[in-house]
Design a protein. Structure first.
Length: 294
């Protein structure tokens, strides 16, 4: 029996929707369905009533749901306790964090924590939102840092955790100064002359934020490059390849030096909230100190 089967089943028991649960678990729906079926085969009874719409659990599924959730919690807590006993006072504090936040915010904060907390040991796992969320849900990190936006539905069930909103960051369009001036790049609704556009992958969080913001502005954008990483987009912008929407913290120095300039108008900017997730009641004393200092 695979522990992931239990996590899948608990997620399905909460969402009562195979597609939504598979998305939250970051796997394809066919693979998710196979894992639920494997759990049912292991149990020897159906857990899902597939003849009903909307989907619902069978009586056996209802009975097993609480057991599955409790088992996950107990195993996670026991693993943490054993790990702490083995590592003594030198356990690593694990952060799952989006790449941009890791590079331009968290590294500085960890340096500050190291001055205040003796023998602090940290492990930072920089990845996309879905991977970070899964690490938190699976108990493979103590903290998760990510962006939220007012126009995007929460992409994580906050019920088991606490959230701290620790800052606000703007995202806006920038371009290399010389390239923008020489080529006359102007972002203006309805303008006829296209501007080379460095676009985020539309499935990424930043891509969703930018697309929602500009979809009705009728900007003359000619997509020349697509990527998921803001840092790569910045490198492309600095090379004069086009216009990119970048988080403020990632381009502060370049704007001050004049390597990059902001272009466009205020309606082409938006704010993102930087949030910290964790479960303070399950943190060891060192992790609790970090939580309290954010």
């Amino acid at each position: 029996m695979d522990l992931n089967w239990l996590r899948d089943f608990v997620c399905l028991g909460r969402t009562l929707n195979f597609t939504k649960a598979a998305n939250e678990r970051n796997i394809t729906q066919p693979a998710f369905s196979r894992r639920i079926k494997s759990l049912e085969n292991w149990m020897g009874v159906p857990l899902i009533d597939r003849d009903q719409f909307p989907l619902r659990l069978t009586p056996a599924g209802e009975q097993f749901l609480g057991v599955a959730a409790d088992t996950i919690t107990r195993l996670t807590e026991t693993r943490s306790a054993i790990r702490l006993d083995d590592q003594g006072q030198h356990a690593f504090q694990r952060f799952a964090v989006m790449h941009t936040i890791s590079l331009h915010y968290l590294s500085r904060r960890i340096s500050e924590f190291e001055k205040e907390i003796p023998d602090l040991r940290t492990r930072v796992i920089s990845d996309n939102f879905d991977s970070c969320r899964q690490l938190l849900l699976d108990g493979n990190c103590e903290f998760m840092l990510y962006y939220r936006h007012q126009n995007i539905e929460p992409r994580i069930d906050e019920t088991p955790f606490e959230r701290k909103d620790i800052g606000v960051e703007r995202i806006f369009p920038v371009a290399q100064k010389q390239a923008a001036e020489e080529n006359g790049w102007v972002l203006s609704p309805g303008a006829e002359r296209p501007v080379p556009y460095l676009s985020y992958d539309p499935t990424s969080f930043l891509g969703t934020v930018v697309d929602l913001m500009i979809e009705d502005l009728r900007l003359p954008l000619d997509v020349r490059y697509i990527d998921t990483l803001a840092e790569t987009m910045k490198r492309r912008a600095l090379s004069g390849s086009g216009v990119a929407w970048l988080p403020e913290f990632s381009v502060t120095e370049e704007l001050e030096r004049g390597d990059l300039i902001k272009i466009g108008t205020p309606e082409m900017e938006t704010e993102m909230i930087m949030s910290l997730f964790g479960a303070p009641s399950q943190l060891d004393p060192t992790a609790k100190m970090i939580w309290d200092r954010f």
